[in-house]
Design a protein around this ligand. Structure first.
Ligand code: CA2
Length: 147
């Protein structure tokens, strides 16, 4: 059975607690429940990892090597800063889809750059939690841009 690793970066464990106008009022646990039920529907297994620490996120990506068939990642603020996460995704060579809950392209200038995007087969933005399910579908149906 296909296994997808869902990685969430800094502050996403605070979902539903603050800034509901941008990120919604549902919690990180609600997000995991939604993803779990979609995985069941699509016949894939799913694992979750969330950390506020860049190195821990690198470790999780490396640990996926030989272990996961696809990665869905919302690197949160590290999207806009981290070459280490870009290199990690490149180095494991696992098909990866970048997700953002908010429509980053309509927000501040500093959110316009994504380092990790260059290593991803697709990017989904501005679809709320649904974006994670879209990302899973892209991996399952392999409709992304690059192999
Ligand atoms: O839209 C997204 O998913 C982001 O990756 C979220 C990041 C932000 O830095 C990116 O530019 C876009 C921030 C996540 C912070 O999450 C919070 C959740 C609840 C309350 C406060 C922040």
């Amino acid at each position: 059975m296909m296994k997808i690793l869902v990685i969430n970066g800094p502050n996403l464990n605070f979902l539903g607690i603050r800034e509901p106008d941008i990120y919604g009022k549902e919690t990180y646990a609600d997000l995991c429940d939604l993803i779990r039920s979609h995985a069941q529907k699509r016949g894939v297994t799913v694992e979750f990892f969330q950390s506020n620490h860049e190195g821990a996120l690198v470790d999780a990506i490396q640990a996926a090597y030989g272990n996961a068939d696809g990665i869905v990642i919302n690197p949160a603020a590290y999207t806009h800063t981290s070459v280490a996460l870009l290199d990690a995704v490149k180095s494991v060579g696992i098909p990866t889809v970048e997700v953002h809950i908010s429509k980053v392209e309509s927000r501040e200038e500093f959110r316009q750059i994504s380092f990790i995007r260059a290593a991803c087969i697709a990017t989904v933005t501005g679809r709320g939690f649904q974006g994670y399910l879209d990302a899973m579908d892209l991996l399952i149906d392999k409709k992304g841009k690059k192999a």
